[in-house]
Design a protein around this ligand. Structure first.
Ligand SMILES: [Fe+2]
Ligand SMILES: [Fe+2]
Length: 191
C-alpha cells in the first residue's frame, strides 16, 4: 500500500510537496516510536494529508460541495482549511483507504481539533517538525514534541496562530477550542 500511495501522490503534487510528505512520514515514524503509537496508519496519513493541497482554492470549495463534505463559513473564507478533508476523500474514492486512525490524523492535521487522539497529535507535530521545515522556534518545537506532546501542541498552535494573525488570515475555531482544552487540562496557573 505504501509504495502504491507514493506513486499516487507523486501524480497529485509538486516535487517539493512530495518531499515534504516523505519527511512527514519519517518524522511521524520517529515520533510515534517515542510516544508508543502505531506507525503504520501514520505512514499512510503522511502520503495522503497534503494530496489535495495544490488544488486551486475555488476548486477546493466546489469539490467539497460536489462531494457533499461539510463546508463551514471559515472554509469559504480560507478554502485551504479544506485540503485535509479533500485529500482524505480523494484517497477514499481512488484507493479505498478507510482506516479511522488515518482518517482522524489527516482530518485534524491542518488546524487540530479538541478531540484529537495521541496518534493525531503525533501526526500533527510530525507535519510541523519534518526535516524540510525551517522557521523560528522549530528547534524548541522539535525538542518539545519528543518530550511533552501536549506542551508541544500548545507551542505549535501558538506558532500557527501568530503566523495567521500576522498574515491577516482567519484562525480555525477548532484550533482555538483545542488550545482552550489543552490549557484547561494543564490545570490552573498558580504563578
Ligand atoms: Fe497540510
Ligand atoms: Fe503537510
Amino acid at each position: 500500500m505504501e509504495a502504491a500511495l507514493k506513486e499516487w501522490l507523486k501524480e497529485k503534487v509538486s516535487a517539493p510537496r512530495y518531499r515534504h510528505s516523505l519527511g512527514v512520514l519519517d518524522a511521524a515514524c520517529e515520533l510515534a516510536g517515542r510516544h508508543g503509537v502505531d506507525q503504520a496508519p501514520l505512514k499512510i496519513a503522511a502520503l495522503v494529508h497534503d494530496s489535495a493541497r495544490e488544488l486551486p482554492f475555488d476548486e477546493m470549495v466546489a469539490l467539497a460541495e460536489q462531494w457533499r463534505l461539510p463546508v463551514r463559513d471559515v472554509d469559504r473564507i480560507a478554502p485551504v482549511l479544506l485540503h485535509g478533508r479533500l485529500g482524505l476523500e480523494l484517497v477514499r474514492r481512488e484507493k479505498g483507504v478507510e482506516d479511522p486512525v488515518v482518517t482522524s490524523a489527516v482530518l485534524y492535521h491542518t488546524a487540530g481539533h479538541p478531540e484529537m487522539s495521541l496518534s493525531d497529535k503525533v501526526f500533527f507535530l510530525a507535519d510541523h517538525i519534518e526535516p524540510g521545515r525551517s522557521y523560528a522556534h522549530l528547534k524548541q518545537l522539535r525538542a518539545a514534541a519528543f518530550d511533552d506532546i501536549d506542551q508541544a501542541m500548545l507551542m505549535a498552535l501558538d506558532i500557527n496562530r501568530d503566523y495567521l494573525i500576522g498574515k491577516g488570515r482567519p484562525v480555525d475555531p477548532d484550533s482555538l477550542e483545542l488550545r482552550e482544552a489543552l490549557l484547561e487540562a494543564e490545570g490552573p496557573d498558580l504563578g
